[in-house]
Design a protein around this ligand. Structure first.
Ligand code: SF4
Length: 331
């Protein structure tokens, strides 16, 4: 597998207004505060964390919908950080997004055919070809060709998300950032949409970054999962390994909140103290120390690094998780 997308120490700090006129340091909101992650072609990376942890900002940075404050973004082996104008326009074809609320992103006055053919028109596709592709896209997402003449309000939430998926696929992208695509749907519909996304991934060799606030949603679709807390990745690893053996106390707490489907297995819920601190004023040291049940003095003083914690390549940022010394490093 080759690397399709890579974020290298990417930060996004939003300037804030200050009440103090003569302060040297301008206040900033550290939405994303130095994340490095590589996404392989054909895989699904789940990006999980509470709302306000920076996961959606990270998705928009990857798509170049936001400019990073620092760091680099690479796509297909090219540094795209400074892409603008025509080079960025061409890149847009390769990377698309599925939003949580497709209704908000669909123009209520445009038919589904108009909405789906818009990106094709921008990229110069002929009218006849556009018509055929709209029908094809509706078919692959499980809708009928007669739906093309209808307006967004005539569809259910699940159908609208199918339209959102069809629109994301209109230009045959390689990468799709799925920003909470099923969070607004009923549980039974969530499963249908996730199954559809899995089928489409196989059919069109898509690479997904699947953003969700709930670890149970990304469980089945993800090959790997990255857990974010206050703008940082605190744990990342193969989905199977991370779910069965979470190393970071924050991941453990998130997983303890996932309902157990097997009544034979009892699970103790870890209740986190307090709310997520403000990314405008994050705690010093380990950013999780204000809520962590295992915090000690060092946690308040020193920020832990993301380091290997299993032979399987799992990484976690916690002072008290034992680091695995990899065999290659010893030889
Ligand atoms: Fe908790 Fe300390 Fe580990 Fe942070 S470094 S997760 S505060 S034990």
């Amino acid at each position: 597998m080759s690397t399709l997308l890579e974020l290298k120490d990417v930060k996004k700090h939003f300037p804030l207004k200050s009440d103090k006129i003569l302060t040297r340091e301008k206040p900033v909101l550290k939405a994303v505060d130095g994340i490095s992650v590589a996404v392989q072609s054909g895989e699904t990376l789940g990006l999980v964390g509470e709302s306000g942890c920076g996961k959606s900002t990270a998705g928009r940075l990857a798509l170049k919908l936001l400019e990073p404050t620092e760091g680099e973004i690479w796509f297909e082996g090219k540094n795209i950080t400074s892409y603008k104008g025509e080079s960025l326009r061409r890149l847009r074809k390769e990377m698309q997004i599925i939003f949580q609320d497709p209704y908000a992103s669909l123009n209520p006055r445009k038919t589904i055919e108009q909405a789906l053919s818009e990106p094709m028109k921008i990229f110069g596709m002929a009218k006849k070809e556009r018509k055929q592709r709209v029908e094809y896209l509706l078919d692959v997402v499980g809708l009928s060709s007669y739906h093309k003449n209808r307006y967004p309000h005539e569809f259910s939430g699940g159908q609208r998300q199918r339209i959102g998926i069809a629109r994301a696929l209109a230009l045959e992208p390689k990468l799709v950032i799925c920003d909470e695509p099923v969070s607004a749907l009923d549980v039974s519909i969530q499963a249908q949409v996730i199954n559809l996304m899995e089928d489409l991934q196989e059919e069109f060799q898509l690479t997904y970054v699947f953003i969700a606030h709930d670890l149970s949603v990304v469980h089945h679709i993800s090959d790997r999962v990255a857990v974010m807390y206050l703008g940082k990745i605190v744990e990342i690893g193969e989905a199977k390994e991370l779910y069965s053996n979470p190393k970071h106390p924050y991941t453990q707490a998130l997983l303890s909140a996932v309902p157990e489907t097997n009544p034979q297995l009892e699970k103790e819920r870890i209740i986190l103290k307090g709310d997520l601190p403000s990314p405008a004023n994050p705690p010093a040291g380990c950013k999780f120390h204000t809520r962590c049940p295992f915090a000690e003095e060092i946690c308040r003083l020193q920020e832990p690094e993301l380091k290997p914690v299993s032979e399987g390549g799992q990484l976690a940022a916690c002072h008290f998780v034992k680091e695995v010394i990899l065999q290659e490093q010893l030889s």
